[in-house]
Design a protein around this ligand. Sequence first.
Ligand code: ARG
Length: 371
Amino acid sequence: MLNFKNIAKAISEVTNSNVKELEEYIEIPKDFKMGDYAFPCFKLAKELKKAPPAIANDIKEKIQIDEKYIKKIEIVGGYLNFYINTNILVEEVLKEFENKKQNYGATKIGEGKNIVIDYSSPNIAKPFHIGHLRSTVIGAALYNIYKFLGYNVIGVNHLGDYGTQFGKLIEGYKRWGEEYKIEENPIDELTKIYVRINNLCKEDESVLEECRNNFKKLEDGDEYCTEIWTRFRNLSLKEFQKVYDLLGSTFDSWNGEAFYSDKMAEVIEKLEQTGKLVESEGARIINLGEDTAPCIIGKTNGSTTYATRDLAAILYRARNYNFDKALYVTSYEQVLHFKQIFEVAKLLDLDEKYIKGLEHVPFGMVRLKER
Ligand code: ARG
């Protein structure tokens, strides 16, 4: 089939220049009226010691190229513009399509490479919002494309199933659990509890303290807190599954934030060893210079953070998936978060390959009339 490489080869036969270099010079004109491919002859002026228009004339006269594929060559300024015979192109594309069927366009460039895609990742006991829907759809599209390119793809639903908000939910449930129909309508009812306890926290600092302690207890494996947490998690997953069933979404791993609860100590240890983990207003942070806000690794009461869990996940994914690329699909609201953790990840003593493979794939937020 015809492509720009054939054109580069034909030009090199006239000019005796390096084919690979010529391939780099070939451009696709912005306006198709200027042809399908363009060759800027001034790139060869020095090498051939000739003015670009003279080079263009020379090439046009002497080039041996199948007229079946190229119907016209025009000189405009120092450019040679090539016009493809589109009928033949269409014919060939359709023929290839017919032959390869659903494998049309598939390649093996990803063979032997692993790619982790972290997408969807809704938060337990909170609504599955439009941002999660976008992440689910964009993540799945990336998943399918990489698979088609021969990569070994691991789709991870990094559930938001941990953090201070669970301390709050547990507190709210303790106080008013009986008033709500959680089994019937889990997400809405849990959201109501969450809003109510959150308001109380704003009024009363001691309640907030209770909530923080609940999360600390959950982290320490307290039986009551773990039981409530498990129940909320299961109820939420059942709700999310309804959306996934509609979309046909599947994941290779459902390891959410809680999965890393026993894997953060190592992160903290590694960071301590670098001497860069410092105290600030009771919290433990890593400073990231003038332009980036510090990354909070440990809160005042010793609880861990969203960032620490993501760092533990990077270690885990490097070791267990040996990733060449690790993508994170979220809205651009989290640009700073990923900038911070990718920066801190450099302190974890990981192979350079993993650091280079980390990539945030941000998408725009959707604003509805209401909000
Ligand atoms: N649960 C988060 C949210 O709803 C998204 C998590 C994205 N993935 C990650 N590894 N941080 O905003």
